[in-house]
Ligand binder design. Structure first.
Ligand code: ARG
Ligand code: MN
Ligand code: MN
Length: 307
């Protein structure tokens, strides 16, 4: 297994939605010993501490929640992501999903500077494909995919110089899509794999098809893992639970396949709200999943019965 230079970055962003608690996420990952789990796999691990954006004057807005704060986080996280991608494999410990506005922006900049196309795997119950104009809730954690795909309406945000083509995006685990998001997504080349498709075809086939595409294009791959990708019976510590999500095994399989592909270049862990957790079990599960993504396996050799 190749040794990675894992760079942990805390992103205690909590302004992407109304319900507070994600600011405790980075410390929950540290308490659950994410660093130790990765070190035990032979990786180098450096914890760069938490990103903290410069204080801002709030922008009064009739619909959007904490717009100025979210813009400030976007700029700081993009810089942190570009810097970390130069040195190794960044893992962002969130923080709510609005942090992906920044990490994705950084990933697009790094990929463009390396002359590689960027691909995005979005593991989530939600598409997060709103714009500040289309969101009903005003919660900007519902917008990062819209932003990075180059949709209009992100006034005040840093310009996305290198939007990710729809063809390079795969959303997996979907089961809560707002009408405006559905209308905007249908007819695009985004690969959206909802829970029904997973029920009918399994999770491995559709994911492999996408990973083959990344490999063929020699692309970079940013993976964004929202806690609500998982079924709430396994992962209760999230403010936007939607029943009918991925099982523990489905999620591990995705992570194991990502590791085996060798394609993943950066990772977000988002929406963990430790205030809603039960004795740390969601944080623990997210650490286990990250370990699978970095090479932990049940046996070192393939099971013989299926060779
Ligand atoms: N990152 C998330 N948990 N997003 C949930 C978004 C829910 C809903 N679509 C909204 O825009 O408000
Ligand atoms: Mn999300
Ligand atoms: Mn979600």
């Amino acid at each position: 297994m190749t040794t990675q230079n894992c760079i942990l970055i805390g992103a205690p962003m909590d302004c992407g939605k109304r319900r507070a608690g994600c600011l405790m996420g980075p410390d929950a990952y540290r308490t659950a010993d994410l660093a130790g789990a990765l070190q035990s796999l032979g990786h180098k691990v450096q914890d760069r501490g938490n990103v903290s954006p410069a204080p801002v004057d709030p922008i009064a807005h009739d619909r959007l929640y904490k717009l100025a704060e979210t813009i400030a986080w976007t700029e700081s996280l993009a810089d942190a992501c570009v810097a970390a991608l130069k040195d190794g494999f960044p893992i962002f410990m969130g923080g709510d999903h609005a942090l992906a506005l920044g990490t994705l922006l950084g990933a697009t900049r790094h990929a463009a500077a390396s002359d590689k196309p960027l691909f995005v795997l979005w593991l989530d119950a939600h598409t997060d494909y709103h714009t500040p104009q289309t969101t009903d809730s005003g919660n900007l954690h519902g917008t990062p995919m819209g932003y990075i795909a180059g949709r209009d309406g992100f006034d005040g945000f840093p310009a996305v110089e290198h939007p990710v083509p729809h063809d390079n995006i795969c959303m997996l685990g979907l089961r809560s899509v707002d009408p405006a998001e559905r209308a905007a997504l249908e007819g695009t080349d985004v690969t959206y794999i909802d829970m029904r498709a997973i029920d009918e075809h399994g999770i491995a086939g559709p994911l492999n098809t996408f990973l083959d595409k990344v490999r063929a294009a020699d692309g970079h791959l940013h993976v964004s893992l929202d806690v609500d990708f998982l079924d709430p019976s396994f992962a209760p510590a999230v403010g936007t639970t939607v029943p009918g999500g991925a099982t523990v095994r489905e999620a591990h399989l995705v992570m194991e396949m990502l590791h085996d592909s060798g394609l993943m270049t950066s990772l977000d862990l988002v929406e963990l709200n430790p205030f809603l957790d039960e004795r740390g079990r969601t944080a623990q599960l997210m650490v286990e999943l990250t370990a699978s993504a970095l090479g932990r396996r049940i046996f070192d050799r393939p099971t013989r019965a299926f060779s």
